[in-house]
Design a protein around this ligand. Sequence first.
Ligand SMILES: [Zn+2]
Length: 233
Amino acid sequence: MRQYICSGCGANYDVADQRFRCDCGEVLELTTDWIFEKNKIDAGNHTIWRYRQFLPIESDDAIVSMGEGWTPLVRFSYRDLNLQLKTEYLSPTGSFKDRGASVLISLLKEIGISKFVEDSSGNAGAATAAYAARAGLRCEIFTPDYASGGKLEQIRAYGAILHRIRGTRQETARAVIKAARTEYYASHNWNPFFRQGLKTIAYEIAEQLNWQTPDAVITPLGYGGLFLSMYRG
Ligand SMILES: [Zn+2]
C-alpha cells in the first residue's frame, strides 16, 4: 500500500491525506519504491508510462498523459567531451516538468481532488496547469511577479487562475503555503509523486544508451528535485 513517510520523524500518512508536509514540518517521501526490471518495460508505449510498473499510480483510469517523455538523446561535442543532450523541450508544455505533472495530476484524479494550488516561477506552473486542464481539474498558480511573461501567458492559456506575488520567490512560497490551509497544495517541490515522474529521465537515459552507464550526468539545479529524482532513478 502506498503511504507517505516523513523524512524527518518517520510518521506515516495515507497518500489520500490532503497534506503537503509532515506535522513536524519535514518533507514526505513514499514508503514503497519499485525495483526496476527491464522485462517489465512496456516497450510499445513511447511516454513515461512505458515504466508504468515502477510508477505509483494504481488505477489505469486515473492516468493523465499527453505524450510526455521518451525524448531523443542528441550527440554533441564540446571541447574533448562527447556529450548527449536530452531534448526535454520536446515535452508537451516545453519542459521536463511534464513528467512530474503527469504522475502528480494522475494521483489527484485517483484520490478525488478537483481543485488545487501550486507555486512556480514558470515551467512547473505551466506543466501542472496543462495537466489539470487535461484532467478537468481547477487550479490556481502562484508566481513571483518577475516571472517570464511568456510562461505566465502559457499558464493563463491553460485556464488556471494566476496570482502574481510581489517580492522574492520565497514570498511566493509563503503565499501558497497560506492558501494551502484550505486548498490541496500540489507542490512540485514537496510532493514525492512529482519526483516519481522525474525519475523516468534516468530510466530513459539508461535504456537509450543500451544500459551503458554514462560517465557523468549534468543537470540544472533549482530546488534540487530533478537531481534527486535522477539519483533515485
Ligand atoms: Zn515528521
